[in-house]
Design a binder for this molecule. Structure first.
Ligand SMILES: C[S@@+](CC[C@H](N)C(=O)[O-])C[C@H]1O[C@@H](n2cnc3c(N)ncnc32)[C@H](O)[C@@H]1O
Length: 260
């Protein structure tokens, strides 16, 4: 019986994978991975390793029970099985369900944390999640709830009262409704908000607006998944170093080509 390693691959930039994650990946016999995992991270596994894409994208899903079955079956024939997940395995990653299935089947497991999208998006968009003067709390919340859990829906109106930073995963397609509920709960319509698309990746884009306008601004900019929404006073402190550096380099390259 092998061991299943649930490894967080981080939000995109392969440099954000942990050293421990990379070390295990380099000796993996089977890699069961999400769609959002960067090809350069997958390439760290040995060439002969079996790679299985169980990726889920908006509107299409690979049954979770089938993933459990795959992991258990792989552990029966291989010594090192890697379950490579975007971000961190235990932050909106269904890692808890996978661990429960492995435990029930008597399969050994380990968990290697990853840089979750909220951390990656905040860092690469240059927005501090907390700040001594502006936010003493940060809440990670999903904008897309499990439809089977009707009785304990997210209380957006209560979240509006926390006054900390909200980091909303999977919220971009529900942004109009989420913003309306936060405002109904007492959040000021002019609270700063940002949507970071494809955070930490070369095509990262950040749109900022007020909470009242953010849904419209994201739609106008044609923002798509994966995207992370940040709401709170800290958005006003943004220093967009990553996108600005990319723009500067592009201008320099174009100038070099045209001989200016
Ligand atoms: C199913 S959740 C997985 C979260 C992951 N386990 C983590 O810790 O980041 C997928 C959501 O994470 C966010 N996300 C993941 N990668 C992202 C990225 N590179 N940029 C922005 N948001 C991202 C998006 O909100 C996306 O819809």
């Amino acid at each position: 019986m092998g061991t299943v390693y649930l490894i967080g691959a981080g939000p995109g930039d392969p440099g954000l994978l942990t050293l421990r994650g990379a070390r295990i990946l380099r000796r993996a016999a089977v890699v069961v991975h999400d769609a959002l995992v960067d090809a350069r991270i997958l390439a760290m596994a040995p060439p002969q390793a079996e790679r299985i894409d169980v990726g889920k994208r908006y509107g299409r899903s690979f049954p979770q029970s089938a993933i459990h079955h795959l992991l258990i079956e792989a552990a029966r024939r291989a010594r090192t099985v890697v379950r490579l997940k975007g971000g961190d395995p235990f932050v909106f990653g269904r890692g808890g369900e996978e661990v429960a299935a492995l435990v029930a089947a008597g399969v050994r497991f380990e968990i290697v944390p990853g840089v979750s999208a909220a951390l990656g998006a905040a860092a690469y968009a240059g927005i501090p999640l907390t700040h001594r003067d502006h936010a003493s709390a940060v809440t990670f919340v999903t904008g897309q709830e499990n439809p089977a859990r009707d009785q304990d829906r997210i209380d957006w109106q209560a979240l509006a009262k926390t006054r900390g930073t909200l980091a909303i995963y999977m919220g971009v397609h529900h942004l109009r409704d989420i913003a309306a509920q936060l405002i109904a709960g007492g959040a000021a319509p002019d609270t700063p908000a940002a949507v970071v698309e494809s955070a930490t990746q070369p095509n990262q884009r950040t749109v900022t607006a007020t909470l009242g306008d953010i849904a419209e601004a994201a739609q106008q900019a044609d923002i798509d998944t994966p995207a992370l929404v940040l709401v709170g006073a800290v958005v006003r402190l943004q220093r967009n170093w990553f996108e600005e550096r990319r723009r500067t380099r592009k201008v320099r390259r174009e100038a070099a080509v045209s001989g200016d």
